[in-house]
Design a protein around this ligand. Sequence first.
Ligand code: HEM
Length: 452
Amino acid sequence: MSEAHAYAQTLGEEQSVWFKISPFLSAENPMEVLMRMSERRGGCFPVKLKSEKIFFLTDIEHIRHVLVDKVDNYKKYFEGLKPVFGKAMITIDGSLWQKIRKPQQPFFHPSVYEDYYPHLMTAVKSKISEWSDLAASGEEVEVLEQTWGLAADMACRALFDREMPFNPHAVFGAVKAYTDPENHKAIRAKKVSGDVNEVSDDEDAVQAISAWLSLPDAVTGAKPLSDREQTLLKMLEKAEADTEAPEFDHQQVLDEIKQYLWAGTETTALTLGWIFYLLSQHPEVTEKICREGEEVYGDREPTWEDIQKLTYTRAVMLETLRLYPPAWALMRTADEEDEIGGHKIAPGDKVVLSPYMVHHNAKYWDDPEKFDPSRFLPGSIKKRVKYSYLPFGAGKRFCLGGQLSQLETVLALTMLLRRFRLEYAGDGPAKFGASVMLTPKGGLPFKLHALS
Ligand code: HEM
């Protein structure tokens, strides 16, 4: 049985929490349903699903309890996503997690971002050239495909010293096919009705997983761009060869690469996509971003120092991450008995922590539905309640690439918006399709117009 085939058997498993909560997620506006439940039932509310209880947590005290105070009692829950991540750092716990994360941390320390900057700039310039052609053709584009390709190219160049060695359209379409639990339903239905015992090789799911599993080899096999001394990829390869680091076996290295190609790309892609969507309704904000660029770096290319000065552009990004946090739900499984908000938590119970619900809670944010970048301008940030802003998680499992993604997003925004006007071409307001990530249902179609 091929690796892709074996992974495909795990899709649509009854015990997958993603699969179990999919009835909520398929509602017209799943976030509204969850917000209403939270208002009615409090900051920790259980949902009983067959033999299992899932607790939704929306109060910052409970979130701190799980992510910080009792972090070792709440293990990562990644069932159903194994084909994407395997045993990568993001999925594991305890001393193994520490051993895997520690040597990779220096590649995400802010001190190295200045070295990454020219490589990020190259990726953005290549996107500008592609958009010039698209604008000239008048073609409608799916902006998330565009931003996903850009985010993947930035990650490949900065972290692996490679040009993106795959076609993002094909690959990310494939990933979506199995990170969206809705798509597992067909497989589940066939299994329940007894039509199939196992997923056959010609199912779309197997093809999708094969495409995904081929990526790490495509990255390692591609020609290095500049033979930089220190890259994350070189570190991983050295660790694999190091007999004193047995935890970094070949599979671990492949899985770490896959992790960056998804957790480090779809998130940034969605952030950019949601920003473009919000800006299409707030042209005055787009204007301010362009004006800030003009004032800080005029007609030349922005330098590393210039990017640090784009405080308004950065505030727009942070406010978008508040309204539309791509990782809208973080999942954990309780190891030992515990109590949260008066509810008894049994070993094996799942907890779902929702940055979305915290970000939209009037207890923590004034007028939470309003798009107001000024909340994040220097000075206002100090007034924020701790743990009320969680787009990158919190505690020791805080996102490793959060700062890199912020740099990528601000750079892409300032460069692209000064060259193109983006016209939203959707049929009515964007709707939520909450899968593992908070995605717009049916995508975000746009027309690109080159600015003279
Ligand atoms: C807007 C962009 C991003 C968002 C919203 C985001 C969000 C998150 C969140 C919420 C977590 C914690 C998950 C949990 O606690 O269950 C996380 C973990 C992680 N993220 Fe990000 N992320 C982004 C970009 C990136 C980038 C660019 C990279 C790397 C290139 C990255 C790599 C990781 C890794 C490796 C972890 C696992 C950390 C660990 O378990 O120790 N992320 N991310």
